[in-house]
Write a protein of this length. Sequence first.
Lengths: 288, 102
Amino acid sequence: MPSLKEFDVKLASLKNTRKMTKTMQMVSASKLRRAQEAQKNASRFAGRIQALTSKLAASIESASHPLLTRRQPVRNVLIIVFSSDKGLCAGFNNNLSKFVSTWIDEHPSQFGAIDLSFCGRRGFSFFKNRASIKDHYEDVTNKPDFGSAYKIAQDITALFLENNYDEIYIAYNVFKNALTQTPTLKQILPVEPQIIEGGTALSHSYIFEPTAKEILEDLLPKSVTFQLHYTLLENAAGEHGARMTAMDNATNNANKMIDHYTLLRNRARQAAITTEMIEIVSGAEALR
Amino acid sequence: MSSFKLTIITPEGTAFENEVESLVAPGSQGFFGILAHHAPMVANLKLGTLTLTQGGQAKYFVIGNGVLEVSDNEVSILAGQAHLAHSFEEAQETTKTTEEVF
């Protein structure tokens, strides 16, 4: 049986671990609250811009735009993978990476080339030696802001319009709640027609400046930017949610281990005392 | 003076939401003004200074490009960014240094 001292060392290290996981859990909880707040703010914008786009599309004869045009056959494909920069968030990044690599394995013959771009270091390091990598945007997932979404949107729109890629997808974790995030793959370019369908036409009394068509053409690239921004927000919320859950579990496990080792330590302590008493008693007995 | 409701929404949140009497916005074809009971309209905005009057007081915003919609005596502006400025001159200065994000 290990000595009392060894148990004390073990317990001290366990308590340190518990302190750390507990702190990380609380930090993530507050970051999650902020991330969800940001998502809520953005969703108002999302609703409005979506409604306006579909109303405009319904108001003009035919909506055609290079970003709307489907290409046949689809040869080159780009996937943008959103992950977190830091680990310690359970399966958050791994599930997504595995999901993407399964998808790639399932569609090898269909496409000429599948390239990957990354937001977030974890996804990047997973695929570093496994897939062909186009771009890695650093420091964008930690603090999602509109500027970085704009930069990515400009890059991918240019790649799409220059015919480097025929379809562009985003792969990210859909944030259901702090416990569940589901890996998803979504097409972002060409723009899905349902974004612009289903609106009721604006009445003829509307003034357009410039024309409705031009406004719509201007809105489409914006909706791509915005979609990326929203994905960044969702990714951040998911990361903090996953980390919060993971750290909560870790704290519980640390607690369990501390209880267990405290029991063992006390047992060892008692055994030591008993041994000592037997020694004293038998010593005294021998002197008589 | 009769007023109308103005909402400025950016992806980062609602930048302004209140009753105003008038506004001058930087349209992509040039500045234009809006008073209460304006005809329904949709217009593109470019990066520039937005001036509005609220309770007789002028307020200035630097707004990134976006789109403005007027309907039912309500104006909503969807812009990439919106920053409150203290004076017209300050707003003009900020416009020059602001990078377009939309």
